[in-house]
Write a protein that binds this ligand. Structure first.
Ligand code: FES
Length: 320
């Protein structure tokens, strides 16, 4: 498969790096269908029609964006919410099977409630998923669009199923919800591709080195002026150096959201703002203050010795 770029240009227009996982072996019908979706530029026309209004709404409502991103939770909200509809619909399916050929009103009512709960929960999961998707471009955006379209079809089938059950056509209602559940399973596989192949929702510093445990020199002190951001590497760890209000700060340089270099961003007081999608990290401890990032940066202690800025990991906020 050809290389795939993630989020080349997002809500705030920065450049995100290419995904690390550039190749995937064609090993079955599913991956072959996936490759077709990834390479089908015609999907972009439809995706763009949804992408633009979603971006416009989220740009106007930053508090909504931060809520849907899951920054407050320290975890992508979409991934947490998807368990509810899938769990409820699976429960409804089991109850439907248990009630087949039996006149057990309690079982039928319980199945109805499970499917209805699943439908309501799917709405919340979809909103959070749209927020995640709004930062994407290229192949991940196409795959995410198809993932969302399949979920919409499945949710419609569950809605039809509820109406049919309400009107006494329980058998047809069960057929509709069972078809919907099959589509949900296929769509969930695409959701897995988004996370495990493209790394959407995964902290992009997850596989980086922790950095030096003892002080090491990384830059001449006079090469970092007030208000400047510099990227250095110490023992394999990309580190952002910043001088703000006369103090030298050091935190991880790889934005945990989608991997942009924070050194390409800008300072806002004692925070660094990522150039790609606007995540903000506090310099004094690396904590994420504004999303879409949900994971904080490792923090490093700094000192100046013999005209050199030296850093070592501080052990705070998960730095290791
Ligand atoms: S890469 Fe998206 S906010 Fe930094």
């Amino acid at each position: 498969m050809a290389g795939a770029a993630i989020a080349q240009r997002g809500v705030f227009g920065g450049e995100a790096p290419e995904t690390r996982n550039e190749t995937r072996k064609e090993n079955g019908m599913a991956t072959s269908l996936l490759t077709t979706v990834e390479n089908r530029s015609s999907v972009d026309t439809l995706a763009e029609a949804v992408h633009r209004p979603v971006q416009a709404v989220l740009q106007k409502r930053p508090e909504l964006r931060t809520t849907l991103d899951g920054t407050w939770l320290g975890h992508p909200l979409h991934a947490a919410l998807t368990d509810f509809p899938i769990g409820a619909w699976a429960t409804g399916l089991v109850l439907d099977i248990a009630g087949l050929g039996r006149r057990k009103k309690g079982l039928h009512d319980a199945a109805f409630t499970a499917h209805a709960f699943g439908l309501a929960a799917a709405g919340a999961a979809a909103l959070a998923g749209l927020a995640d998707w709004s930062y994407l471009d290229g192949k991940p955006r196409r795959v995410g669009f198809v993932h969302a379209a399949l979920n919409t079809v499945a949710a419609s089938l569950f809605g039809v199923s509820l109406l049919l059950r309400k009107n006494g056509r329980r058998g047809t209602g069960i057929a509709a919800s069972t078809a919907g559940f099959g589509i949900v399973l296929g769509s969930a596989w695409l959701g897995g591709v988004m996370s495990y192949h493209y790394g959407i929702g995964v902290s992009h510093r997850a596989f980086e080195q922790g950095g030096p445990s003892g002080f090491v020199p990384v830059l001449r002190n006079d090469e970092l002026v007030e208000g400047q951001l510099r990227r250095v590497v110490a023992e394999g760890a990309p580190i952002l150096l910043a001088r703000a209000n006369g103090r030298v700060h050091a935190i991880g340089d790889t934005c945990t959201h989608l991997g942009c270099s924070l050194s390409a961003g800008r300072l806002d007081g004692e925070r660094v703002v990522c150039a790609c999608h606007g995540s903000q990290f506090r310099l004094r401890d690396g904590r994420v203050m504004v999303g879409p990032a949900t994971d904080s940066e490792p923090h490093y202690e700094t000192r100046v010795r013999d005209g050199q800025i030296e850093v070592r990991k501080s052990g705070l906020n998960g730095a290791s």
